[in-house]
Design a protein around this ligand. Structure first.
Ligand code: 5AD
Ligand code: SF4
Length: 451
């Protein structure tokens, strides 16, 4: 590679989960701290970071086609952009990317992105650099202070996964479960609220496996962390995602009934309603155990909105087993859910299992599952009509006077303000939900809620 002038502009493109969004924001801050500015809409950046996701199909192919597109568009604009591949595809396929894509000068795994600036120095000298080491999370201590002002912020508290579900690449790409220390998290949460955050979503691949020691040295779990964060006066809302059923403690269930700032929403993946399939997936719980856990949640927090993840067409899944998933959905009545066709991930046990299913079967099952999930999401929204709730305003709508935010149940809510009401981004306002759509609610603004 030829030596280059240092980049003046960058673009970070994040794919996949919220943890990638968080990581992408941290990488952007590292580049900001270097005096590199974000490229404007439509502008070809001097440096492009592709922050990739490997969880489902065609991730790597997408990366290669993105690289081709970026190079071509850069050339047309008379530049040769520096390209960094970050995230889980970088972790899983870093060497192949280096071999196959000469335009890529940096490959940086999810545990190494704090080294991006050093790698950039080498790349501008014409060297290619790759770092996919997985040390215990050293990166957090080396990241710059967070500057972005947003009413709703993410905070990574835990990373990695030890569960080894047989279909999943996460234990390989994100490594073993690690919890960030309590004091660092309290500190970062305070900095976020000082910067204007009113809501914090605690992130982790297995967030409810978080463990640590509080200020007095007492061992605590996620519920203890939540209770501590709830004492930050400017913080109004706490959420967390994603959880595993086996890491639920009675303390965390109880926190949902006791901590007012903990929002009535739970994303708890189940993947399948069939015990045979759950076993083959190595989920280590039954459908019944999952359902009982949701019962406990509803007992302490009757209005809780439930969300889940599903995989259809896992190897060997029969029609009857798929119907068990549909029955589970009918029993739970999710407020929201995410469903996917099984995608064989290289190197995972399920990828070499017998009984891989044809695409048509998966398409059909996904469509049937999604129509039930959509039915339930609309029903949940319809049942919310008439409720009065707080909405945290996140942005302006497309039309003059229109505002968008989230209800406690994570519904998108839009409303129009009358002249004189003057809401602002970051305000918590009281809204009556008056109309339900499949993906959002219309509200009417009642009043501003005191901070
Ligand atoms: N195929 C399809 N879906 C998957 N997920 C994880 N791995 C796979 C895979 N190989 C889904 C699961 C998980 C969500 C983040 O992605 O439902 O909960
Ligand atoms: Fe993947 Fe299972 Fe770990 Fe979730 S719990 S990240 S699905 S291995």
């Amino acid at each position: 590679m030829k030596p280059q002038t240092p980049p003046r502009t960058y673009r970070v493109k994040s794919f996949g989960c919220q943890m990638n969004v968080y990581d992408g924001e941290r990488m952007a801050e590292l580049l900001d701290a270097r005096g590199i500015r974000p490229a404007t809409e439509g502008e070809d950046a001097d440096l492009v970071v592709l922050n990739t996701c490997h969880i489902r199909e065609k991730a790597a192919e997408k990366v290669y086609s993105d690289i081709g597109r970026i190079t071509k568009s850069g050339r047309a604009a008379g530049k040769e952009p520096l390209i960094a591949v970050a995230g889980c595809v970088a972790q899983a396929e870093g060497e192949e990317i280096m071999a196959r894509a000469p335009a890529v000068s940096m490959v940086v795994g999810p545990q190494a992105y704090h080294r991006l600036p050093e790698m950039l120095d080498r790349a501008t000298k014409g060297e290619r650099a790759s770092d996919t080491d997985m040390p215990a999370i050293a990166k957090f201590a080396q990241l710059p202070r967070r500057a972005k002002r947003s009413p709703s912020a993410f905070l990574t508290v835990q990373e990695g996964c030890d569960k080894f579900c047989t279909y999943c690449v996460v234990p390989y790409t994100r490594g073993a479960e690690i919890s960030r220390p309590f004091a660092d998290l309290v500190d970062e949460a305070k900095r976020l609220t000082d910067g204007g955050a009113r809501e914090i979503t605690l992130l982790g691949q297995n967030v409810n496996a978080w463990s640590g020691e509080d200020a007095r040295g007492t061992a605590i779990g996620l519920d203890g962390l939540i209770r501590e964060l709830a004492t930050i006066p400017d913080l109004a809302r706490i959420r967390y995602t994603t959880s595993h059923p086996n890491d639920f403690t009675p303390g965390l269930v109880a926190a949902h009934g006791e901590v007012k700032k903990l929002m009535p929403y739970l994303h708890l993946p189940v993947q399948s309603g069939s015990d045979r399939v759950l076993k083959a997936m190595n989920r280590q719980h039954t459908a019944d155990r999952y359902l009982r856990l949701l019962d406990e949640m509803r007992t302490v927090r009757p209005d809780i909105a439930l969300s889940g993840d599903f995989i259809v067409g896992f190897p060997g899944e029969t029609e009857a087993e798929f119907e068990e998933t549909l029955s589970l959905v009918d029993e739970v009545r999710y407020a929201q859910a995410f469903s996917f066709k099984y995608s064989p991930r290289p190197g995972t046990p399920a990828a070499s299992m017998d009984g891989q299913l044809p695409r048509e079967v998966m398409d059909d099952r996904l469509q049937r599952l999604q129509s039930r999930l959509n039915r339930d999401q609309l029903a949940f929204n319809e049942a919310s009509v008439g409720r009065t709730c707080d909405v945290l305003i996140e942005r302006r709508g497309k039309h003059e006077g229109q505002w968008l935010g989230k209800s406690p149940w994570l519904q998108s809510v839009w409303f129009e303000a009358e002249p004189g009401q003057d809401p602002a981004i970051g305000d918590m306002v009281e809204v009556e939900l008056v109309e339900a759509g499949p993906n959002s609610m219309r509200g009417t603004l009642l009043e501003k809620v005191a901070a």
